[in-house]
Design a protein around this ligand. Structure first.
Ligand code: PMP
Length: 423
């Protein structure tokens, strides 16, 4: 039981969950259902500011999830919210887009080197589905290569759950292993002259496993295979976009996609997604029919203009890297001191923190639960996210909590070891 819970009385969060269960299947859909995590995780929140979250009981947490990625400058960033409020005073959803749609498109095309054009949508799933449709329209082919385990969204062609999905929905999806050039070549051979696109995430950020950066050899092979087959190279930058590199996550590898999907961080929490592409796919992007009732809302676009401008002007990505490095080094020292096999993977500003030899997540779950009780919201098996609002003092507070949490994990690990030896 969480330290502050009162036996016999429902907490505000429990009361909301009980109400939700009656009117929402399972009480909560998708990845934000905290039934997947250990008891103590609040399902509902009252407010958020900077890097702080407040649950419905008013308990404060330093948030290491940033809303699963969209919050890149901090909750309620004053510049983004001022731009959003200014646009809202004129109009948000109207019978057509506002001027800021063109302003944002110009800014995106100027900021992202591979982009000759951009379309806007609402979610990463919209963006990635549009990328696939545009690639097929442009190449007049059907096969799409996807890395095993990579997440591209919640539509039938890509959702990780097969419930309600037909074989026909997946008929032209072939798989390869991330970072494995030979498996990519095999999949491309199998697709043959029907290869429309290769989809690839910015790095390997699948849930429940250590993260992996792409090797330069792999990144270049994706580009080469697409060029040789005249297929579209599609980068899924929905999760990592605007956190690793302002021009797109594969800029440091010198590899540019033909099409790219964006969402999450583009508008610091306002609902927006984008597809960027080069001139080769401009006609195809014009031919396909993509739209949505809310896709032209002006407030998120004004928020995106402010977000992208601020990311560019303030060095926010470098700030996130510095803070991520501070966290990584602090945790490394703590893990050594507690003699625990803590493994930190992926870019420092999008850390995955797990334990080796912990297949049932016994240690991982305990670690984040102990941190939660000490006011730090972490995740045991999804990558976390830093924002530019995380300051050195916040990271130091996180490290205080993790040190105490690791002490508990070390005791648990010792008990598990003794139990194993006794068997
Ligand atoms: N691609 C990647 C890499 C993602 O991480 C996500 C969302 N987690 C998506 C696509 C789908 O985005 P959305 O949930 O906004 O539809």
């Amino acid at each position: 039981m969480a330290p502050h819970a009162t036996p016999g009385l429902l907490s505000p969060d429990e009361a909301l969950r009980a109400r939700a269960l009656r009117v929402i299947p399972g009480g909560m859909w998708g990845h934000m259902n905290v039934a997947r995590l250990r008891p103590g995780y609040p399902q509902f929140f009252r407010s958020a500011r900077g890097c702080r979250l407040f649950d419905v009981a008013g308990t404060e947490y330093i948030d290491m999830m940033c809303g699963y990625g969209p919050i890149v400058l901090g909750y309620g960033d004053p510049d983004v919210e001022a731009a959003a409020a200014e646009q809202r005073s004129h109009g948000d959803l109207m019978t057509g887009p506002a001027e800021c749609q063109v302003e944002l498109a110009e800014l995106v095309v100027e900021t992202i080197p591979h982009a000759d054009w951009v379309l806007f949508a609402k979610n990463g799933t919209d963006a990635m589905t549009a990328c696939v449709t545009i690639a097929r329209a442009g190449t007049r082919r059907r096969k799409v290569l996807v890395a095993k385990g990579s997440y591209h969204g919640a539509a039938p062609w890509c959702t990780p759950s097969l419930a309600g999905v037909t074989a026909e929905d997946r008929a032209h999806i072939l798989h390869y292993d991330y970072n494995d050039v030979a498996s990519l070549e095999r999949a491309a051979d199998e697709a043959g002259r029907d290869l429309a696109a290769v989809l690839v995430t910015a790095f390997r950020h699948d849930v429940r496993r250590h993260q992996e950066l792409p090797t330069t050899v792999f990144a270049q092979a994706v580009r080469r295979i697409c060029d040789m087959a005249d297929a579209a190279m599609v980068l899924d930058d929905v999760r990592a976009g605007f956190r690793l590199h302002i021009g797109g996550s594969w800029e440091p590898y010198g590899v540019r996609p033909d099409l790219c999907g964006w969402s999450k961080a583009i508008a610091n929490g306002h609902p927006l997604a984008a597809v960027t592409g080069n001139d080769r796919f401009r006609d195809a992007a014009q031919q396909v029919y993509v739209t949505g009732s809310f896709w032209c809302s002006a407030v998120p676009m004004a928020a995106a203009v402010a977000t992208v401008n601020k990311l560019r002007a303030t060095g926010a990505i470098a700030t996130m890297e510095t803070m991520g490095q501070r966290l990584r080094e602090g945790l490394e020292q703590q893990a050594r001191a507690h003699d625990l096999p803590l493994r930190q993977t992926g870019p420092v500003q999008m850390p995955m923190i797990m334990f080796d030899d912990d297949p049932d997540f016994l240690l991982g779950n305990r670690f984040v639960q102990e941190a939660l009780w000490r006011g730090v919201y972490m995740h045991p098996w999804h990558n976390m996210f830093l924002s530019a609002a995380h300051q050195p003092a916040d990271i130091d507070r996180v490290l205080e909590a993790t040190d105490a949490a690791l002490k508990q994990v070390a005791e648990l690990s010792d008990r598990r070891q003794s139990a194993k030896e006794a068997q």
